[in-house]
Every structure is written in structure tokens, then in C-alpha cells.
Design a protein around this ligand. Structure first.
Ligand code: NAD
Length: 391
């Protein structure tokens, strides 16, 4: 079972930039960070609208003087306090991640940044170098990778249960933007604006999730890719609301990704299917407690979360928080990741390199990969769906 006993000397003093009232993802960060009492939420610049941010922050329990009008003031003022923040999560629109993460690292903070990490690959590489120089954690919030069955899939591939990987099928194809909802939704509006969203809408917004997860499960690196993208709602052009990508991986495996916001009727359709020489694995985020294990010539097995037959590589973090048969979900996945971030931050603070080498969490390398994938897809699609090198 999950170990809920306190493992740090003291909770990490934690702040947020973005994630203000009504935002899509702010609550998820707060709920996950505070779940195991490893982070204490003490300061923030929650909103572009300073007054609304202060009002919201105080209603979340922050002291009024620690609800700051913007991230620069947050970092400068907190640095002056003995009890200032030690880590910050960035949950703002895509184009702002780079400048805020850079300022946070320069201020000596550990950083948890939303995906896509940045718009440009060079910026993500620069952030990685800066985090190394500052000896700080730089994590990227690939929130679905905390699920126990995703770790089970990774361990099964590692142990050779399915044999060498041949095909990876990825999708994140929902139907929530099958009409022009951005007319009435601020959260959708910035996503259709290349200046804020970056050069892609749905590949960056959703495609990066199964792409990262597949890489995490298989360890395979992309060699080249080919992408076709469309804007079925014409006003979204040049940003796509639907895309298909073909991948060639190093070592000979191949793959596909379907990223879509116009898959009418679909909730998420976020699936990763890994086809090996002997067997296949399939995980679907709408049924996250199950993992399909299909051995050629045998009946399908549905592996269930919380059961003794699972490989449990890391019982401290990825283990079940409740016995099998009880549903765990999105918030448990996020809390598992924040738990991992807390242990990583603690190890950075103690300079425990051995721990960090063996401790997995979604770090900036995964963030860089996502940004590379998005940019390579745009290059391919905008040149007529041609094969392009990944690096
Ligand atoms: P949103 O538009 O719903 O909310 C953004 C919030 O950030 C708002 O409160 C806004 O006022 C605030 N904000 C914007 N610029 C700011 C700034 N410079 N300083 C302080 N606050 C600022 O957006 P969202 O849907 O919550 O997305 C935010 C980020 O999270 C995006 O990068 C998105 O890709 C990512 N996201 C990730 C997941 C995931 O599963 N990991 C899910 C949804 C969104």
C-alpha cells in the first residue's frame, strides 16, 4: 500500500503562477500538491487580473500580502522572506511558460511547468541548462503518467513481457471543440491563437500527452515523422483541430498518433497501444484502473489496479492508495506525480544525486521531446506532409 507517512523534514513552501478562478487546470495542481501534505500553498500570482487573483487567493486561504499582482513581484518579494516559496507551479497559457520558468529558476526556485513546456525547442533546452546550473528540479506536468497501470505497462515492457516493441498506436481525440466554442470560452480562445498557443493547437494541447506516455513506457526515441493536419473549423487556421502523425522510431518500431478536438461524441479517446513480438498492451484514460494484456493465441487479460499479480517497481509512490476494486483516477495520478516531485525537490536540496538518478518523474527532457514533436509535425504538415527528421 501507499506510504502516507511524512518523508520530508518539513513541507515544501509552494506557490503558483496562473491557475486562477475558473481556469481549467489550477484546481488540479492545488489538489494534487496538497494531497499528501508535502507541499504547503503559501503565495501566488494566480491571475492576469491582479484584483481577481488577490480575491481568489485569499478565498483559497492565502495571506492577502502574498497574493501578488504578477510573477515578477511574486518571485522578488518571496525571495526577501525567510519563509519564502521554494517551488512554483506554472499553469498559464503556453507562450508564457518560458519567461516565467526562466525567472523562477533564476530566483532559485524548483519549477513544475505545464505542457507544452515552451513554444520553441531552443527555449526548452535553455531552461534545462539553467535548471542544471541552478541545481533545481524542472518538471513538466504530464499528469496522466502517475497512474499505476501506466507504470505497470512500463515495467512489463522493461521485463520483456511483450517482446521487442514493433508498433505504437497513440491517440488523444476528443470532441469538445467540434464547433467554434472559442467564441464563448476564454480558455478555448487563447488555444486557437498562434501567438499564445504556439504553432499548433491540438498536437500540442493533447497529442503531447500520449506521445510522452508512449516514450515513458517503451523508452523508444523518434527518428523521423510525417504529419497531416487540418482545421475543420476554418477560422482556426493555421492551427489544426485534427492531425494524424506517422512515426519511425530508432531500432525499427513504427507508430501513429491521432490528435483531435473534433472527434464528435468522444470524451477523450486517449489511448496508448504497444504492440510487441509476443503480446500487446493497451491503456485508455477513460478506464485508467485497467490495462489490457493481449498475448497472441490466448484470451485477453484485463489487469486490474491494486492486485498482487502486478509488478510493483516502486511501492513508495506508484502503489495503490486504496485496495483493488476501488476506482482511483485523475487526482490520484496527479497526486502521485506531485509526490514524486516532492521527493525529487528534497533530493535536490540534499544534493542526493544517487536518489535522483533512480527516481523517475516527468522532467524537462520529456518537455523538450514534446516541443520537438510539435515543431516537427508543423514542419512536416506545412511542407505537404513530408517525412522530417526528428532531431
Ligand atoms: P486557462 O485559460 O483556463 O487559465 C489560465 C489561467 O492563467 C487564468 O487564471 C489566467 O488569468 C492566468 N494567467 C494567464 N497569464 C498569466 C500570467 N502571465 N500571470 C499569472 N496568471 C496568468 O488555461 P488552462 O486550460 O488552465 O491552461 C493553462 C496551461 O495548462 C496551458 O499551458 C495548458 O496547456 C495546460 N494544461 C495542462 C493540462 C494537463 O493535463 N497537464 C490540462 C489543461 C491545461
Amino acid at each position: 500500500m501507499f506510504n502516507e507517512e511524512f518523508q520530508l523534514d518539513a513541507p515544501i513552501r509552494w506557490g503558483m503562477v496562473g491557475g486562477g478562478r475558473g481556469s481549467e487546470i489550477g484546481y488540479s495542481h492545488r489538489a494534487a500538491a496538497q494531497r499528501d501534505r508535502l507541499f504547503t500553498f503559501v503565495a501566488a500570482a494566480l491571475d492576469l487580473d491582479a484584483e481577481r487573483g488577490r480575491d481568489f487567493g485569499t478565498k483559497l486561504g492565502l495571506a492577502p500580502e502574498r497574493c501578488y499582482p504578477d510573477y515578477k513581484t511574486l518571485f522578488a518579494e518571496e525571495a526577501k522572506r525567510e519563509d519564502g516559496i521554494q517551488a512554483v507551479s506554472i499553469a498559464t497559457p503556453n507562450s508564457t511558460h518560458y519567461e516565467i520558468a526562466k525567472a523562477a529558476l533564476e530566483a532559485g526556485l524548483h519549477v513544475i511547468c505545464e505542457k507544452p513546456a515552451t513554444i520553441h525547442v531552443e527555449d526548452a533546452l535553455e531552461l534545462k541548462a539553467l535548471a542544471e546550473k541552478q541545481n533545481k528540479m524542472l518538471a513538466v506536468m504530464y499528469g496522466y503518467t502517475g497512474f499505476q497501470m501506466v507504470h505497470q505497462a512500463r515495467e512489463m515492457v522493461r521485463r520483456g513481457d511483450i517482446g521487442a516493441v514493433r508498433v505504437i498506436q497513440m491517440s488523444f481525440a476528443h470532441g469538445f471543440h467540434n464547433t467554434e466554442i472559442e467564441k464563448n470560452s476564454p480558455g478555448a480562445k487563447w488555444r486557437m491563437n498562434p501567438e499564445v498557443s504556439g504553432p499548433s493547437f491540438i498536437i500540442g494541447d493533447c497529442g503531447t500527452h500520449p506521445f510522452y506516455m508512449a516514450g515513458m513506457i517503451t523508452g523508444l526515441k523518434v527518428k523521423s515523422l510525417m504529419c497531416s493536419r487540418q482545421s475543420f473549423i476554418e477560422s482556426r487556421a493555421p492551427l489544426e483541430d485534427n492531425a494524424h502523425v506517422l512515426f519511425q522510431f530508432e531500432g525499427g518500431a513504427v507508430g501513429t498518433l491521432w490528435a483531435s478536438a473534433i472527434n464528435s461524441g468522444s470524451m477523450h479517446q486517449q489511448k496508448v497501444r504497444i504492440v510487441g513480438e509476443k503480446a500487446s498492451l493497451e491503456w485508455w484514460d477513460e478506464y485508467p484502473n485497467q490495462l489490457r494484456y493481449e498475448v497472441q493465441g490466448e484470451p485477453v487479460r484485463i489487469l486490474e489496479r491494486g492486485m498482487g499479480y502486478l509488478h510493483n517497481d516502486d511501492p513508495g509512490v506508484s502503489a495503490n492508495r486504496q485496495g483493488g476494486g476501488h476506482a482511483e483516477g485523475f487526482f490520484e495520478s496527479w497526486a502521485n506525480l506531485y509526490h514524486r516531485y516532492a521527493l525529487a525537490i528534497d533530493a535536490y536540496n540534499r544534493n542526493d544525486k544517487a536518489f535522483l538518478e533512480s527516481h523517475w518523474y516527468p522532467d524537462i527532457d520529456g518537455g523538450i521531446d514534446g516541443v520537438k514533436m510539435v515543431n516537427a509535425c508543423v514542419k512536416s504538415a506545412d511542407n505537404g506532409a513530408v517525412w522530417v527528421d526528428y532531431d
